[in-house]
Design a protein around this ligand. Sequence first.
Ligand code: FAD
Length: 307
Amino acid sequence: MSGWKDRLRLEVGARVAFDEPLAPKVSFRIGGPAEAYVRPENAAELVSALRIAREHEVPVTVLGSGSNVLISDAGIAGLVVRLSGELAQVTTPSPPEPERIYVGAGALNSRAVSQMLQDGLAGAEFLATIPGTFGGALIMNAGAHGGEIGPFVETVELLNGDLELERRPGPSCGFVYRGSGFLRDEFILGAWLRVPRGDVESARKHLREMRLARRRTQPIGQPNAGSIFKNPPGEYAGRLIEACGLKGRRVGDAEISSLHANFIVNLGHATAAEVSELAAMVQSEVSGRFGLELQWEVKRIGRGFAR
Ligand SMILES: Cc1cc2nc3c(=O)[nH]c(=O)nc-3n(C[C@H](O)[C@H](O)[C@H](O)COP(=O)(O)OP(=O)(O)OC[C@H]3O[C@@H](n4cnc5c(N)ncnc54)[C@H](O)[C@@H]3O)c2cc1C
């Protein structure tokens, strides 16, 4: 075993696994293993693992809940990190400060919203309809039903490229439609949000309606990674794909959903190669018919995909 793996085992101990299958951990249920997989429970454990990777020049990938990724069939080289424990907590300030809440990057969005509603904060409940962790939501500037997370962010706490704690104000985070300005070597720990006090009962009702609407319009019961492509300005990728007659088109076990044309579903044994081939075919048909180049929203990660 190479030196970095021995050091990980020694210094991070029980929270590290090698050749860990990733497909069961991501919503697409596709992809090969992580060379090393670590679940740090606090910032000190995270920094130890990152320092070892840094010293041995081993690449690091953070995964949230894997709801916006296509993992390579050959897996991910180096270290894959999934935040847990203290890094996945949602905290109300004590003594209470109206309208502020801290969400750890490893916390599920649904958990964050349930704490907001308990604290009487309303207006960000759209976040609970988006699968995933809060770290993933910040990287993607996740949004739905007319809202997105960026405008609620007061300060993001992260480890910068020198592995130092940095507090970055929301307006400096470069939030754009389904993206942000965080760098590849930055690791988000969590963020302070500012969410107004509001009518919690209406917020709960609104949330139920949004969830119902999703069940009607998205292939929730089949493995997928949400929208494959970003919407071009003023357009919907799904509408363009449907207009090309591509609903139901298959490559192997990867299929364009017949419910929502911007979703590719895994019928059982789809591979990343099949999803990539199907997506390339979609891009080519949409480009040929509408002159628009669809851009991937899903992040392609791992061996063989560009970093
Ligand atoms: C059924 C379905 C519906 C969806 N609907 C929506 C929707 O309505 N709106 C929407 O915006 N998205 C939607 N998505 C996509 C996805 O849920 C969001 O992009 C989500 O925010 C991703 O979070 P995650 O924790 O799963 O991140 P992952 O998919 O695990 O990771 C996404 C990216 O973030 C990076 N990352 C994650 N955590 C950290 C961290 N702590 N520090 C640094 N980098 C990190 C990863 O390396 C990766 O590049 C949907 C997905 C599914 C499956």
